[in-house]
Design a protein around this ligand. Sequence first.
Ligand code: FAD
Length: 341
Amino acid sequence: MAAPKVAVVGAGVIGLSTALCITETCPSCSVTVLSDQFSPNTTSDVAAGMLIPHTYPGTPIHVQKQWFKETFTYLFAISNSAEASEAGIHLVSGWQVFKNTPKEELPFWSDVVLGFRPMSEAELQKFPQHRFGQAFTTLKCDCPPYLLWLEKRLKATGVQVYTRKVADLWELHSEYNIIVNCSGIGACQLVGDEKLFPIKGQVLQVHAPWVKNFIRDGDGLTYIYPGIHQVTLGGTREKDIWSLSPDPGTIQDIFDRCCSLEPSLQEAQDIKVKVGLRPSRQSVRLQREVFRQGGLKLPVVHNYGHGAGGFSVHRGTAKEAAYLVRECIAALQGSSSRAKL
Ligand code: FAD
């Protein structure tokens, strides 16, 4: 068969990284990205972009660890290259602090991040309301620059990128051989996935260049993540809320919670508010499916539902999705050579 045509629907971190992995894994394919929104208007643009995994209850831990490890290794190499500043990737050290000692003192990702260790008594003095803590170095993506960097790399490898809202994956049938669904929360409408739900998240971005270390409360709700130009202060988690409007009361609450961890933030300037909908599911949907209509077949690979942890695992899930695309190509080639016999 001629070069298989692959359409990737979605241009958040998952769609762009999946398209890139497909070009690397299946170099004979022609790849197109179709999306109704691009950076700076995706959920991925709102994320803090910290590499601290969220746990997916429906996915085995060794699989989640593998996804995180692939992502960490990939971004660590970028952070250690001349492209680090353009790609918005940097190392950041800091603390995760707990009011009570957690049941699991060694999270599954502790040997993937760098220098993971319990905090010393002297370090804990910075956090008088907390009794236990972990110190480590991880990576952070400044999300809009990273998305632009991915888009630039895609265009340089010949990937076509078009603005298009896809109402139904079947509408792509006559133009493409394989569809890759990376539509994030859009998959609720696009494929009617009832297991997918939004978790509204609100964060603040502030100018506070003296804050160099990250601080995360172990409950995951309050965090201070310094980026290259701004510090992200979080956050909120509101299940099943679809509104993208910021809540003024919440702005003050986030600010106060972060100031109680890092009092110097009282002097932060230029406060901006961002809201996004985490595409949440018990497990990421990373799956091959064949749509059938009459005698027609359309191979689809799903890669969505990354919830609160899309940046932390994006490269790992993108690679797995690219392997599924390779399987679809092998199946198509098998059926086209059988048809010729
Ligand atoms: P999106 O970025 O939403 O991309 C989906 C794409 O699909 C968009 O381009 C959209 O336009 C397109 N699309 C949808 N439907 C259609 C359609 N019908 N036709 C065409 N195109 C369509 N994760 C971390 O790992 N670390 C963090 O620190 C972190 N912080 C976060 C903070 C907040 C406040 C929020 C909200 C999220 C955070 N996340 C974090 C989670 C992370 O943002 C998500 O997991 C990730 O962005 C999901 O990426 P995505 O590409 O699947 O979705």
